[in-house]
Design a protein around this ligand. Structure first.
Ligand code: KMH
Ligand code: ZN
Length: 274
């Protein structure tokens, strides 16, 4: 089994300081959270950015500021900007960080409900356009799948040549509108991707750590962070993303899985050098 790649989704677009005061907004807060999460064991930072008042933005300039600030504190870490942004953003708005040519970025593979009245829109043509822009800027997509149908969409676009190279999926499980996070859901997703592909899992809310444990023992990789879950355990808010990463490291150690450094993660994911 390969070493375990831990991704820290430190910020997200929806969670606020009202939910957990440690959610980072400013460039300094985002860089500090990234550094702590990296020191705790994360080799990838899944990055959303905010304006100082906490509103989500996909501004290229704001991404550049945050990426520069993270690079100063932890030059080796893999930075994976989001192209999902927040629900309601336009495609052009969401695509801005790709022009910074990061090593990786998220590529959302379908439309789903997103709690309450929110709809997260990713039409087939949008996904094709996003994939083309990522190819143009030499950015490896992480294929975000909130449901099994999104894996099927990705496989169709791979067959048609819109997505190529090493395939790396993220199963986002437990969103109100996507697949649940029961063990059978996990197995269904895991068994639906091609041989040779790699995957990570993001369990939302209370699904976070049970899914982490399942992925650790199944050879998958894991994502934790405030974007997905703000609690260290039932009713206990995490004081930083690092606490969530530390818990993953403890589980991995107990279960006999070593944690990958960024350079080992690059090898596992067949990423281009930074
Ligand atoms: N904020 C969600 C609507 C991604 O980063 O690619 C979408 C999201 C997915 O977070
Ligand atoms: Zn995200």
């Amino acid at each position: 089994m390969s070493k375990l790649i831990i991704t820290a989704a430190i910020c997200g677009a929806e969670v606020t300081k009202e939910h957990n005061p440690a959610v980072p907004y400013t460039v300094e807060e985002i860089a500090a959270e990234a550094e702590k999460a990296h020191k705790a064991g994360a080799s990838i930072i899944h990055l959303h950015v905010r304006n100082d008042d906490g509103t989500p933005t996909q501004s290229k300039e704001r991404f550049a500021q945050c990426i520069d600030a993270i690079n100063i504190k932890c030059p080796d870490v893999i930075i994976q900007p989001s192209t999902g942004g927040a629900t309601g953003m336009s495609a052009d708005e969401r695509l801005q960080p790709i022009e910074l040519s990061p090593e990786m970025a998220s590529l959302d593979c379908g439309t789903c409900n997103f709690g309450g009245d929110e709809i997260f829109i990713n039409t087939e043509n949008m996904i094709i356009d996003f994939a083309a822009k990522m190819q143009k800027y030499n950015v490896m997509p992480e294929l975000e799948c909130f449901d099994k149908g999104m894996i099927d969409m990705a496989l169709r676009l791979i067959k048609k040549g819109h997505i190529s190279g090493h395939l790396h999926f993220n199963f986002v499980m437990g969103v109100n509108g996507g697949i649940g996070a029961e063990p059978r859901d996990f197995l269904f997703m895991k068994e639906s991707i091609p041989e040779g592909a790699t995957f990570t899992v993001s369990g939302i809310g209370r699904a976070a750590f049970p899914i982490v444990a399942l992925s650790i023992i199944s050879g998958g990789h894991v994502r934790v962070g405030f974007e997905d879950n703000i609690y260290l355990s039932k009713g206990v808010l995490a004081k930083s993303n690092a606490e969530l990463v530390e818990k993953v490291v403890r589980l991995a150690t107990e279960l006999g899985r070593e944690v990958a450094s960024p350079s080992e993660a690059r090898e596992i994911l067949q990423l281009r050098a930074k």
